[in-house]
Structure formats: structure tokens, C-alpha cells
Design a protein around this ligand. Structure first.
Ligand code: URA
Length: 242
């Protein structure tokens, strides 16, 4: 929300008066004076006029979970246990999932209550690498890497996936890096080349790597460095990261 709007949401402060107070340098955002009425201020920021608190910031949560098999990537479900059931109940309200995993898939799952941050992580145009370890039903052919690099045509969305990389680890095992996160994307890419995934494990999203110390079902808070890496990601990030 714009800073002037936050101020003028208070009883008796007109938008004009809010602009004047801001221009006079009497308003701080997280302790820093801000003289720009149109400045966007999120709900996690603390806004003060002179000294009194106008908005006391909500606490932002950023978590990585080692998702086990069988948990649904949803916040509520009538039938299945969800990944939220693995999170302490005091942290649950407001959390959402930044990039789902299928119920049978395992590995890195990121949860947060900061919507603009999670959009940075999942937005296809930002093209952060998402790295998966996969096993397949049939041997992986040499053409598979070429087809993934060319991009696979997805009829339903009428689009071609961004060039993806495939590193062969064994005849039926590979590490795949994609730069979007479309519905069942990796499964559908293998299906398009006549193969089938038997297991899928996410190792990394951008700079956030699944912590080897986390057993399936465990989670931890992201570090300041991991949080910042997502915030500073731009559409060209993948060119320097990979
Ligand atoms: N692609 C898939 O097919 N499944 C996942 O869980 C994640 C990416």
C-alpha cells in the first residue's frame, strides 16, 4: 500500500495532510525517514509518525520443509494430510506454498506469508532454476536432453517450456533443471518423450538448497542470505547463477 494511504487511513488525517507530513520528513518506515508519499510499503514494515507507531509490522515467516511422500501441497484438505500439518500451529495462519510438489514427490518446499517474495521465487519470467532429481521407468535416451533443451510444447497452455537441462546420473536417473514451475511440468516433459517418472525429489529453488540436515518432515527458517537472494533475483538471474 502507498505510504500516504497508510497514513490517511487513520481517523482525521486527510490525504493532503498525509502528503505534507511525509514531505516534512516526519514519517519513518522501519526507522528510516521516507519523504515519498507514493512509496509502496508492505504489511511487514513499521511506520511511525514522529514517534507513535501507525502500523506495527506483521512478522514475516520464510520456511523450508523437507516434504515427505504422501503429503498434499495444500493448506487445507478434507481427505489428505497436508504439508501444513507438519508445521507448528502457531506459524500456520497465513502461510502459503511457494511452488507446490505433487503428493508423491519429495524434497524442498518453501512456505511463507509474504506474497510478493514468493512471487519472485515462482514467477516464470524471473526464471529461477528449479533442480529435481528424477528416476524413470525406462532408460533415458540421448535425445531426451536435446528435446528438453529445445523446450517441450505444452498443448493445454499453448506454450513451449523454457530450455531445460538434463544431466544423466545413471541409465534411469537424472538431474533436471527447469526455469518455470508449470503444473506437473517435469512429469509432463518426460511423458512427451515417451518415458515416465517413478520418483521426483526437488533439491533446489534458485539459491535455496534443501538442507541435508533436515529429515523428511522437518523444517527450518530460511537464513537472511536465502531470503535476500530471492528478493534480489531479476529476470536475468539464471544467466549468472547457472
Ligand atoms: N514437476 C512435476 O511434475 N511434479 C512436481 O511435483 C514438481 C515439478
Amino acid at each position: 500500500m502507498k505510504l500516504s494511504r497508510i497514513l490517511s487511513n487513520r481517523d482525521g488525517v486527510s490525504r493532503k495532510r498525509a502528503n505534507a507530513l511525509i514531505a516534512a520528513g516526519r514519517v519513518t518506515v522501519n526507522g528510516e525517514p521516507c519523504r515519498v508519499p507514493s512509496q509502496d510499503v508492505d504489511r511487514f514494515s513499521t511506520v511511525r509518525l514522529d514517534e507513535p507507531v501507525i502500523q506495527s509490522g506483521d512478522t514475516a515467516h520464510y520456511l523450508m520443509l523437507h516434504k515427505p511422500v504422501g503429503y498434499l501441497s495444500a493448506t487445507v484438505d478434507d481427505v489428505h494430510t497436508t504439508v501444513l500439518d507438519l508445521i507448528d500451529s502457531t506459524l500456520r495462519p497465513d502461510l502459503h506454498i511457494a511452488g507446490r510438489l505433487d503428493r508423491a514427490s519429495t524434497g524442498l518446499l518453501v512456505l511463507t506469508n509474504d506474497g510478493s517474495w514468493s512471487r519472485q521465487l515462482t514467477e516464470p519470467t524471473i526464471k529461477l532454476p528449479k533442480v529435481y532429481r528424477v528416476s524413470t521407468a525406462l532408460p533415458i535416451t540421448p535425445e531426451t536432453a536435446e528435446r528438453f533443451a529445445e523446450g517441450i510444447w505444452f498443448e493445454f497452455e499453448q506454450l513451449r517450456t523454457s530450455p531445460a537441462t538434463l544431466e544423466l546420473i545413471g541409465p534411469k536417473d537424472a538431474r533436471v533443471t527447469i526455469y518455470e514451475g508449470r503444473y506437473h511440468q517435469v512429469k509432463r516433459m518426460f511423458h512427451a518423450v515417451g518415458n515416465r517418472i517413478t520418483s521426483l525429489h526437488r533439491e533446489r529453488m534458485g539459491e535455496i538448497e534443501l538442507d541435508a540436515a533436515l529429515a523428511p518432515g522437518d523444517y527450518r527458517r530460511l537464513t537472511a542470505r536465502e531470503i535476500h537472494a530471492v528478493r534480489s533475483a531479476s529476470p536475468e538471474s539464471h544467466l549468472v547463477q547457472s
